[in-house]
Design a protein around this ligand. Structure first.
Ligand code: NDP
Ligand code: 8X3
Length: 251
């Protein structure tokens, strides 16, 4: 039987690439995000490969998260794999100049949104004593870099939640693990810099950043290990990147 995977943040970057990779491998897909047109387009493209259902909600909206996930038709309601991927950085400012709206967005989306979705999905996994949760963390969840303050805090929280989920769900047949990428060229920096493409492009200039497909490949590897193998915490960097602040830029 084909596995069913729910991916948050499937409209772009890592989530979209993971959706494409999973579709090719025959996983049944539940694709989530706020941008409905993108979800519909992706559904159209991937329906050639597999069955696709879309859920259109903002992970910040607790009621919508629960009602949308509860609305899944029977053929999609048995979720085997949850990829908690939706998230972004908002702003890159010293803490004394940071915007409270940006801080709230990051904590509400990256931390609370991930918790809401998990809370909506976990009970059925416990009921059937099986499931696999992949939390997309970051190197920002392992170290703090200048001006990264609250984004790093949100990803440190994901790191702690990943560990906490693994501990508390132990004994329920549910695998829990994090994939923590370094610099991946997606819409991430466009969002961080509020649509300033020049600033966003500069983040990835002078070295080969990771591609979202690289992370999708790793996520696919993680979810296709034999049942007794749980990849608990994986960090992946571009070869040019040593830490959040040490990147070998030639240009
Ligand atoms: P993108 O900006 O390309 O994608 C972000 C995704 O998150 C989009 O699909 C977006 O969908 C979704 N999203 C954002 N806010 C919300 C919201 N409020 N409700 C629902 N969905 C939301 O970035 P990436 O693919 O790079 O980011 C994916 C994950 O990877 C994030 O958790 C990020 O922190 C993490 N990451 C990224 C790295 C990088 O360098 N790019 C490195 C390490 C980790 P929509 O706008 O349609 O709702
Ligand atoms: C995304 C990577 O270094 O921009 O989490 O924070 S970084």
């Amino acid at each position: 039987m084909n596995k069913t995977a729910l991916i948050t943040g499937a409209t772009s970057g890592i989530g979209k690439s993971t959706a494409i990779r999973f579709a090719v491998e025959g996983f049944r897909l539940i694709l989530c995000g706020r941008r409905l047109e993108r979800l519909e387009q992706l559904k159209k493209e991937l329906s050639v490969e597999t069955e696709v259902h879309i859920l259109n909600f903002d992970v910040r909206n607790r009621e919508d998260v629960f009602s949308e996930i509860a609305s899944l038709p029977p053929e999609f309601s048995n979720i085997d794999i949850l990829v908690n991927n939706a998230g972004n950085a908002h702003g890159l400012d010293p803490i004394q100049e940071g915007s409270i709206e940006d801080w709230e967005a990051m904590m509400d989306i990256n931390v609370k949104g991930l918790l809401y979705v998990s809370k909506a999905v976990i009970p059925k996994m416990i009921e059937k004593q099986s499931g696999h949760i992949i939390n997309i963390g970051s190197t920002a969840g392992k170290e703090v870099y200048p001006k990264g303050n609250v984004y790093c805090a949100s990803k440190h929280a994901v790191d702690a939640i990943n560990q906490g989920m693994r501990i508390d769900l132990n004994g329920n047949g549910i695998r829990v693990g994090a994939v923590n990428p370094g610099l991946v060229q997606t819409e991430f920096s466009e969002v961080r810099f509020k649509g300033d493409s020049d600033k966003a492009d500069k983040v990835y200039q002078g070295f080969q950043a990771l591609k979202p497909e690289d992370i999708a490949d790793i996520i696919h590897f993680v979810v296709t290990r034999p049942y007794h193998v749980n990849i608990a915490d994986l960090v992946v960097l571009p070869t040019a990147q040593a830490t959040s602040t040490i990147v070998d830029k030639k240009a």
